[in-house]
Design a protein around this ligand. Structure first.
Ligand code: URA
Length: 436
């Protein structure tokens, strides 16, 4: 005789038939799945029913709370300063966390930035930082607290104790065609962010070919769902919808992106990276009650760089190390005069991944110096023969596949298009707050 208070098949049937799950059904099914009582095939069936039938705002909030309850919750209330974090839904060339965390910390706000590794065409913040010799991603909770108190920002690996239900469920969704459910994506991201214990959360929801969300309506729905979840859980949450149809900045790849981030911290760097870093810093600072400052100044005058150096050193990294260069390079040149009217993020992301910057499976290693440097980007004028991109790889045999990924992108039309009409790049597409 089972001592379980529900039966998985009954729960699946409710959602399959378009009904609403009760709080107790949600609490039970999430917990029982984590304990191994609900089988993978049952959870996979429920995930498919949720993907097709959706969940109400109350169901999503309960599902998120149930996932949080399967693990630990961090508590930064004793730090004596506000905490703010940023989460990006993932993109190509998205190195923003690197300059952003020290920049926000300049203003006395602690930044507990629990990050992940890259999978597929999107890069991971930890992979980028691990290009720095000696830098350590795994910190104990005590080390994390000490760094937040003494230095301000910490970028480290999320321990396995936060929302373990999500870890198991995300892996299952990944292999059962059920990732693309806005309620489940929102619950997955927000369970980890709420459990992490930040007071302020700014979401960077990417839109475009290189993003999870290809169109703005879906991105807006995801952003609103996550802002509601955060707000209901007492976290000051806002979201920016930002463009990911073109890579961010001029570098894609781990070590290359560290170098570009350091340029931004030195007061230079590509305009789009600076614009987004400053916009996200403003949101985080505003949430933490710091409104009378211009974060762009702390990039220009070296204050953010000082914090970056202390942050890297605190985790064992050598902030003075220069990134290694890849032994094999190829250039991609403009075939005609004109304007770059397309530089497709997905195509560039897949190319960088094939060159060795990314991984296909969680266990795969990544190459530090592999990736792409762009010499021109969307909207730039080119002459025939100009170098648009340099491809870098540590493994020569990867080069043809990297080049082919650029050529095959956009249904064979190619990742790079040269036309005649001027193009204006817009990074910031919309803002979602509890107040709109
Ligand atoms: N990232 C997550 O953490 N979870 C999802 O479901 C999708 C993206």
């Amino acid at each position: 005789m089972s001592t379980e208070r529900h039966d998985a098949v009954d729960v699946i049937r409710v959602k399959r038939d378009g009904g609403t799950l009760s709080d107790d059904q949600i609490d039970w099914v999430v917990d029982a799945y984590t304990r191994g009582v609900v089988a993978d095939e049952q959870m996979s069936s429920l995930a498919m029913a949720i993907l097709q039938r959706g969940m109400s705002r109350a169901e999503i909030a309960r599902w998120t709370a149930a996932m949080i309850a399967t693990g630990e919750r961090l508590d930064f209330s004793g730090l004596g300063k506000p905490t703010a974090d940023k989460h990006s839904t993932g993109g190509v060339g998205d190195k923003i966390t690197l300059p952003l965390a020290p920049l926000v910390a300049v203003y006395g706000v602690a930044v507990p930035q629990l990050s992940g590794r890259g999978l597929g065409h999107t890069g991971g913040t930890l992979d980028k930082l691990e290009s720095i010799p000696g830098w350590r991603a795994a910190l104990s909770n005590e080390e994390m607290h000490a760094q937040l108190r003494e230095v301000g920002p910490v970028i480290c690996a999320a321990g396995s104790g936060l929302a373990p239900a999500d870890k198991k469920l995300y892996a299952l969704r990944d292999v059962t065609g059920t990732v693309e459910s806005i309620p489940m994506i929102a619950a997955s991201i927000m369970s980890k962010k709420i459990a992490e214990g930040t007071g302020v959360l700014v979401l960077d929801v990417k839109v475009g070919s290189g993003a999870f969300m290809k169109d703005i309506d879906n991105a807006r729905e995801l952003a609103e769902t996550m802002v509601n979840l955060g707000t209901d859980a007492g976290v000051k949450t806002t979201a920016l919808l930002t463009d990911m149809s073109t890579p961010l900045g001029l570098t894609i790849g781990n070590g290359l992106e560290v170098t570009e981030s350091v340029e931004v911290l030195a007061g230079g760097g590509p305009a789009d990276v600076v614009e987004l870093t400053v916009a996200l810093a403003r949101e985080m600072l505003a949430g933490a009650g710091v409104t009378d400052v211009d974060p762009a100044e702390a990039l220009k005058d070296g204050r953010a760089m000082d914090v970056w150096r202390r942050m890297i050193a605190a985790q064992g990294g050598d902030a003075d190390a220069t990134m290694p260069t890849a032994p094999h390079t190829e250039e991609v040149r403009a075939e005609r005069d004109g304007v770059i009217t397309r530089l497709d993020a997905l195509g560039a992301g897949i190319a960088a991944w094939r060159l060795g910057a990314g991984r296909a499976r969680k266990e795969d290693p990544v190459e530090v110096s592999s990736g792409i440097t762009l010499h021109k980007t969307l909207g730039d004028t080119v002459k025939a023969g100009d170098v648009i991109a340099t491809l870098h790889t540590e493994t020569e045999s990867r080069m043809p596949r990297g080049l082919a990924a650029l050529a095959e992108a956009c249904d064979g039309a190619g990742a790079i298009e040269i036309g005649d009409a001027p193009v204006q790049r817009r990074i910031l597409l919309d803002r979602i707050g509890a107040d709109n």
